[in-house]
Design a protein around this ligand. Structure first.
Ligand SMILES: Nc1ncnc2c1ncn2[C@@H]1O[C@H](COP(=O)(O)OP(=O)(O)OP(=O)(O)O)[C@@H](O)[C@H]1O
Length: 482
């Protein structure tokens, strides 16, 4: 069976790692700290070269950033797709938390967090997760749709506080993400103080021979594995609920996939397995199936973005100084409440932010060398309107929604690693979802034959005309604001 050959491969790798003195796992565990913080390595010549490694770091950092800047649920008009393990059993969904017959302490916790009713994904996921006998679940929906809150509630509901040993185990891809989930557990369990939480993360050193008494353990795969297998702080056979969060980020980090599989194999057959992911490419799906036998599957499609309500223009220039001059002309002609400006490299972003400040603009700069917490603070200030212009590189701003931004300027057009148009990023930068169907304005700066070619290809891809704008003609600029 596929699972067996996989298990065999894991065993071989484990043996190999042990023959290296077991150092490997520790190193992997310790390295992500700087990465997950978004502390990038120094750039040569100040130019950002995107590599696969950057992308991987970026996934965990991006996910953390999203958590830090989010203040409420991401709404969606899409319907949840449910695939049941047993298609004959009735499909339950709930419209209120009361229907779930939660412990009063938990219901109080949920309401104290300001949740009035279950989110779309929670409507279906919660009844499945709280069912008796426990059901396994794979759930996919974009960040901010309520997955964490759902599995935290499930874990808190399943523990028996009278038992002083770990009963729920949750693995997260990084130390920082584990801490974020831990915070949700603490908030939701605020009125249920008998339930305790332990963090299986590097740096949390326990005495040998000790047994964990906390009912919920959250941690990163390497440390959780050590605590279960090598150090035996946790008896995996007593685990009732196993949660694997952010599966897509998990598999992007080397070693985590194997470690997660090894943990899963130590758990009892009847343990409830829950896996969550924001995206579901084939590799995530294959991993999910290995972790979760006989799953129910819940999927919630992302809200589609559209260019329909966006007016798109391009400006022809010869160099970055000319692009900056064009930008000044645009600012001189129309009132721009808030704008986001995207640059290809940190160097350009830094330069442009400096030039704009000199012109008297209140500028925020989002740059790759900033820690994730610093980036979150910059975005928060911008959202609060403390700065009117946000200059950013693409990597930093991926996935960030700043709804009130009415003007987006591509100081450099988005391209992928091979220099081809990055249509997805273009759409995400300037597109709007149906919900925020406000009109928007996008201005693309073109400074070479090559970038003109990119622009044409983007235009063809979306089959939407991008009009030329002459930034020396103030009357013409004024017209685009209407
Ligand atoms: N039922 C609810 N009603 C109101 N707010 C909710 C509800 N469920 C979750 N939230 C809030 O919505 C935000 C997103 O929820 P949550 O973190 O659970 O989403 P997620 O899908 O796990 O996203 P991520 O994986 O990025 O954390 C959080 O601020 C959370 O407190």
């Amino acid at each position: 069976m596929a699972t067996d050959s996989w298990a065999l491969a894991v065993d071989e790798q484990e043996a190999a790692a042990e023959s290296l003195g077991g150092l490997r796992i520790k190193e992997k565990e310790e390295k992500p700290k700087a990465e997950a913080n978004g502390t990038a390595k120094p750039e040569e010549d100040g130019e950002k070269q995107t590599t696969d490694e950057d992308d991987k770091d970026d996934k965990a950092a991006q996910s953390l950033l999203n958590k830090l800047i989010r203040s409420n649920l991401v709404n969606t008009t899409n319907q949840v797709e449910v695939l049941q393990r047993d298609p004959n059993s009735p499909l339950y969904s709930v419209k209120s938390f009361e229907e779930l017959r939660l412990k009063p302490q938990l219901l109080k916790g949920v309401y104290s967090m300001g949740f009035n009713r279950p989110s779309k994904i929670q409507e279906n996921a919660l009844p499945m997760m709280l069912a008796e006998p426990p059901q396994n679940l794979i759930a996919q929906s974009q960040s901010g749709t309520g997955k964490t809150a759902a599995f935290v509630l499930a874990m808190l509901s399943h523990v028996d506080p009278a038992h002083k040993w770990p009963q729920c185990l949750c693995v997260s891809p990084t130390y920082e993400l584990a801490l974020q989930t831990g915070k949700v557990i603490e908030q939701m369990g605020n009125f249920y103080p008998e339930v305790k939480l332990a963090y299986a993360i590097r740096g949390n050193k326990l005495e040998r021979g000790m047994k964990i008494q906390e009912q919920i353990v959250i941690g990163t795969p390497g440390t959780v594995l050590d605590w279960c297998a090598k150090l035996k702080f946790i008896d995996p056979k007593k685990i009732k609920v196993f949660v694997l969060d952010e599966a897509d980020v998990m598999i992007a980090t080397q070693g985590h996939q194997d470690q997660s599989i090894r943990i899963q194999r130590m758990l009892p057959k009847e343990c409830q397995m829950l896996l969550f992911s924001a995206t579901f490419e084939d590799s995530v799906w294959r991993f999910a199936q290995r972790i979760v036998p006989d799953p129910n599957i819940i999927k919630l499609k992302r809200e589609e973005e559209t260019l329909d309500t966006i007016k798109q223009y391009y400006v022809l220039c010869n160099c970055k100084e000319e692009k900056f001059a064009a930008l000044c002309n645009i600012y001189g002609a129309i009132t721009i409440a808030q704008a986001m400006i995207f640059c290809h490299t940190r160097k350009t972003a830094g330069w442009l932010a400096g030039e704009l400040s000199r012109e008297g603009h209140q500028v925020a700069l989002l740059s790759g060398e900033m820690m994730v917490e610093q980036r979150a603070a910059v975005i928060d200030r911008f959202r609060d309107g403390k700065e009117k212009v946000l200059v950013t590189t693409n990597v930093c701003a991926r996935g960030i929604d700043v709804e009130q931004v009415s003007v987006v300027i591509n100081f450099d057009l988005p391209v992928d690693k091979d220099g081809n148009p990055d249509n997805e990023t273009y759409l995400h930068r300037i597109g709007r979802t149906g919900r925020f169907g406000k009109r928007g304005l996008a201005i693309n700066m073109v400074d070479s034959k090559h970038s003109m070619n990119i622009l044409n290809r983007i235009q063809d891809h979306f089959n939407k005309k991008i009009e030329r704008l002459d930034t020396d003609d103030l009357d013409e600029i004024e017209k685009i604001a209407n």
